[in-house]
Design a protein around this ligand. Structure first.
Ligand code: NAD
Length: 421
């Protein structure tokens, strides 16, 4: 069975709720608070029409979910993928709540998605779908309420269309309604690399903690999009050797190391990493089990499960993706001494620089990349240290530690605000 088949059978929302339950139990969370935090605050489902190039009208389904708004407006990306479901979006929204709390930025959690394979659409159809979807979810979004961003298969051009759509309805330009925009439209320096850069900052901290020399480390990366390809580039700039990478079509492996700049160029030309000269083709399932020191899952949910966790050879897993590891797999990895940097910490660089972008937009300001990266590093290093402290104090894995920190911060905020009315 392929990793995709296994992933399709695992419900991300059940995984997210189980992870929350583990933390709530350990925290001895008040029963009422547990009920509130266990469910999303708002779930919007929309069915919307789009003019197709052949003259027909197609109807698509999409979602925007706000999990919790206790610490600030909702924040979270919008995903375009054929396998998007309401349960997946709910899970991703809940993870955003915890992520923003782990790194201490003043946001709640949200997420959106459209059931579509965007590779099947023309640019005109993609723009039409984006503008109409954003119009439909405008009842929820806004710079003070809910600020979307890119996720799988969405990019800065799509964010530009969303910002323009909202601004046309408002009658003036509202750059703060989405982040991950092009720089010329109020995007932040460093946002495109932020998820991967934050991930690599946490890998550097984890390597120091483990006594692992990154200049001799071998790294495998699953997923070669925004998070994965840039993480591969940045980790090789740290001196590590990237031995395997993959995308949705499969992966490549070269134990002597891949030249990442050349793999990026190859993928641009051929649309896949496979067939890269000098490397052997591997499946996505095989990629996870290659001999390496650091494994970076940077694709979709539920890739590391009870079926393959025991076969993973990496000493460290850095979750650039959201939800790549199931709770059963977590237990196996912890028992086997694999050090895992959980998604809500590891990939929080993306939302952190999204927050910087929003702050710059609201203040009509623009920071240099040096300033952005320095602020990002400070936040990621601090969050890593705080999480590691809890892991050591309570003798728990890094995921549980991050959840203990995050859930407590959110519960404290909710407690202080009180129950309205
Ligand atoms: P992307 O669309 O840029 O890239 C996704 C990559 O994953 C592509 O290379 C695709 O080919 C590959 N992929 C898809 N299905 C796969 C499969 N079954 N096996 C292997 N590879 C597969 O998306 P992205 O923004 O890089 O997001 C990747 C992950 O990182 C997601 O889990 C996302 O939620 C998470 N993430 C992204 C950001 C961000 O700022 N973009 C921030 C935090 C977390």
């Amino acid at each position: 069975m392929t990793t995709e088949h296994v992933a399709a059978r695992i419900n991300a929302w059940e995984v997210a709720q189980r992870q929350f339950d583990l933390a709530a139990d350990r925290l001895g969370l008040d029963a009422g608070m547990r009920l509130v935090l266990r469910e999303p605050r708002r779930e919007l489902t929309v069915h919307f029409p789009v003019h197709m190039d052949d003259g027909s009208v197609a109807v698509f389904a999409g979602y925007r979910v706000q999990h919790n708004l206790g610490r600030g407006p909702a924040k979270g990306g919008i995903r375009y993928h054929q396998d998007v479901s309401l349960d997946e979006v709910k899970a991703l929204a809940m993870w955003m709540t915890w992520k923003c709390a782990v790194v201490g930025i003043p946001y709640g959690g949200g997420k959106g998605g459209v059931i579509v394979d965007p590779k099947q659409l023309s640019q005109k159809e993609l723009e039409g779908l984006t503008r109409r979807f954003f119009t439909e979810i405008e009842v929820l979004v806004g710079p003070e309420k809910d600020i979307p961003a890119p996720d799988v298969n969405t990019n800065s051009q799509i964010m530009a269309w969303m910002m323009d759509t909202y601004s046309m309805h408002a009658g003036y330009t509202v750059p703060g309604v989405v982040t991950g925009k092009p720089i010329s439209l109020g995007g932040s320096e460093g946002r495109n690399e932020a998820t991967a850069r934050g991930c690599v900052y946490t890998i550097v901290e984890a390597a120091r903690h483990l006594g692992l020399d990154l200049t001799t480390a071998r790294v495998a990366v699953q997923g070669f999009g925004n998070a994965g390809s840039i993480a591969a580039r940045l980790i090789s700039e740290e001196g590590a050797t990237v031995v395997a990478v993959s995308d949705s079509t499969g992966g490549i492996h070269d134990p002597s190391g891949l030249d990442i700049a050349k793999v990026i160029a190859w993928k641009q030309e051929h649309g896949t990493v496979q067939g890269f000269p000098g490397a052997s083709d591997v499946s996505n399932a095989e990629l996870l089990e290659v001999d390496c020191d650091v494994l970076i899952p940077a694709a979709l949910e539920s890739q590391i499960t009870s079926r393959n966790a025991a076969n993973i050879k990496a000493r460290m897993i850095a979750e650039a993706a959201n939800g790549p590891t199931t709770p059963d797999a977590d237990e196996i990895l912890f028992k086997n001494g694999v050090f895992l940097i959980p998604d809500i910490l590891c990939n929080a660089g993306g939302v952190t620089v999204s927050y910087f972008e929003w702050v710059q937009d609201l203040n009509r300001d623009h920071w240099s990349e040096v300033v952005v990266n320095a602020k990002l590093k400070e936040i990621m290093v601090k969050a890593f240290a705080e999480t590691l402290d809890v892991a050591r104090r309570d003798d728990v894995n890094m995921r549980t530690a991050a959840y203990l920190l995050a859930v407590k911060r959110v519960a404290d905020a909710m407690e202080l605000r009180g129950l309205y009315p």
